[in-house]
Design a protein around this ligand. Structure first.
Ligand code: AMP
Length: 421
């Protein structure tokens, strides 16, 4: 490799991260806009937390035995000697912010949303990145299973607006601190009997947290896990009636779902409901979004005893299957001839921009033909012609590129014409 090529390689984008280029950004913005609009219809408010937090927040929140904490965190020590972590997920940050700002004492509904990058040191592949983006929603203080169903219905409604077809909704209950220990014990025993068929990681999980075996991506482990007892047989009365109520509300919303007893969703904090919406159009990384209830996190963090539920949607994955009608930009290209026309043109551009018209102005001396060639390349909708004649008359030419139609008028008349379009 030449020195030049190796320098280029050193400076290349980091493995597992991507640039989002201008031509892709329109669909990102459409997703962000539709997400905002949808969530606000249900009373959600945006809450923006920092990109990095104390490492301890995720160890405690996400759970010390989760794959995220044991293998995937971007953790570093800052110059003050603190251990910090680029957030691998958003929920612990929201819970921290509620406690820190006593948001529970405010009258606003405790329904929050957020969009932004998350960071996990996982093996990059199609649909799995080290910096990826999530849209995240969380609700606090609602115990009723109606809210579990409502957030699934809200996710479903957003996916419809995004033109995402071919989805399946999977639901499960992972029980609570009352009933899960007996289930974990049954799993431990079942895993113990099949220990030699499990990967070394799952052999360890069999001892520490057997529920996490269901997260394993090794196929032979997944086959073994299919023979394990199912949680539905272990749920306590409260968890069972919560789960049944969820299914009734989902039926009321006419959401088609499948109960998936092995859906434990990688995180230690879930209680009762877990769910995922998967796409049949994606490969191995088929989960578009996932979430669940976490009734103990706030009090475990030393805050008030307030339950929570939420989901996170993977923006890259959703955009890969969304059918978005992105409106084409309409811009006006300024074609001027000579220095005086340039000055008048700049004033005109200022006027049009102040009135909400996107103007493309370039500072290279060009003839009229070259201006039109450039406007074509830039896919401008109109060209504003400013030459000597036009300046004398105070009336300018405006050509519609798609039709070739040309009109003439004062800047006010042209603005009225553009507004009509
Ligand atoms: P999780 O935070 O693990 O519950 O994931 C929620 C959603 O985020 C998933 O359903 C995916 O759509 C997306 N997601 C999670 N991890 C990644 C990743 N490494 N790369 C891209 N998307 C991801």
């Amino acid at each position: 490799m030449t020195e030049d090529a190796s320098a280029k390689k050193d400076l290349a984008v980091v493995k597992g991260t991507k640039d989002i280029l201008p031509k892709e950004v329109e669909s990102w913005r459409a997703l962000e806009r539709l997400a905002r609009e949808t969530f606000e219809l249900y009373g959600y408010r945006e809450l923006r937390a920092p990109v990095f937090e104390a490492t301890e927040l995720f160890v405690k929140g996400t759970g010390p035995t989760s794959d995220i904490v044991t293998k995937e965190m971007y953790t570093f020590t800052d110059k003050g000697g603190r251990s910090l972590t680029l957030r691998p997920e958003y929920t612990p940050s929201v819970v921290r912010a509620i406690i820190e700002h006593r948001l529970d004492l405010e009258v606003e509904p405790m329904r929050y949303y957020y969009m932004g990058p998350m960071f996990r040191y996982d093996k990059p592949q199609k649909g799995r990145y080290r910096q990826f983006h999530q849209v995240d929603i969380e609700v606090f203080g609602e115990k009723d299973a109606a809210v579990d169903a409502e957030i699934i219905e809200m996710a479903d409604s957003l996916l419809r607006k995004l033109g995402v077809a071919g989805t399946e909704t999977l639901v499960n209950s992972v029980g609570c601190r009352e009933c899960r220990p007996a289930y974990s014990q049954a799993l431990r025993e079942a895993a113990g009997r099949r220990k030699s068929d499990l990967c070394p990681d799952c052999q360890r999980k069999a001892e520490t947290n057997p529920l996490r075996i269901f997260d394993c991506k090794v196929e032979s482990c997944q086959i073994v896990a299919r023979s394990f007892p199912v949680i539905q047989d272990f749920l306590c009365g409260e968890c069972l009636s919560h789960f049944n109520a969820l299914l009734v509300f989902l039926n009321q919303y006419q959401i088609t779902y499948r109960v998936e007893p092995r859906l434990v969703r990688g995180l230690d904090y879930y209680t009762k409901t877990t769910f995922e919406i998967v796409s049949s159009h994606l490969g191995a990384q088929n989960a578009l979004l996932g979430g669940g209830r976490y009734d103990d996190m706030m009090k475990d963090f030393g805050g008030p005893n307030i339950c929570g539920i939420g989901f996170a949607l993977g923006m890259e994955r959703v955009l890969a299957v969304a059918e978005l009608a992105v409106p084409k930009r309409k811009s006006l290209y300024l074609a001027y001839l000579g220095d005086e026309a340039k000055r008048t043109g700049l004033e005109l551009a200022r006027y049009f921009r102040a009135n909400g018209v996107e103007c493309l102005v370039e500072f290279k001396n060009r003839g009229m033909k070259a201006h039109f060639g450039r406007a074509n390349k830039l896919e401008a909708a109109w060209v504003l012609i400013v030459g000597e004649d036009e300046m004398k008359k105070g009336r300018f030419g405006l050509k519609e590129m798609a039709t070739g139609r040309q009109v003439e008028g004062t800047r006010e008349e042209l603005l009225a014409f553009l507004r009509d379009k």
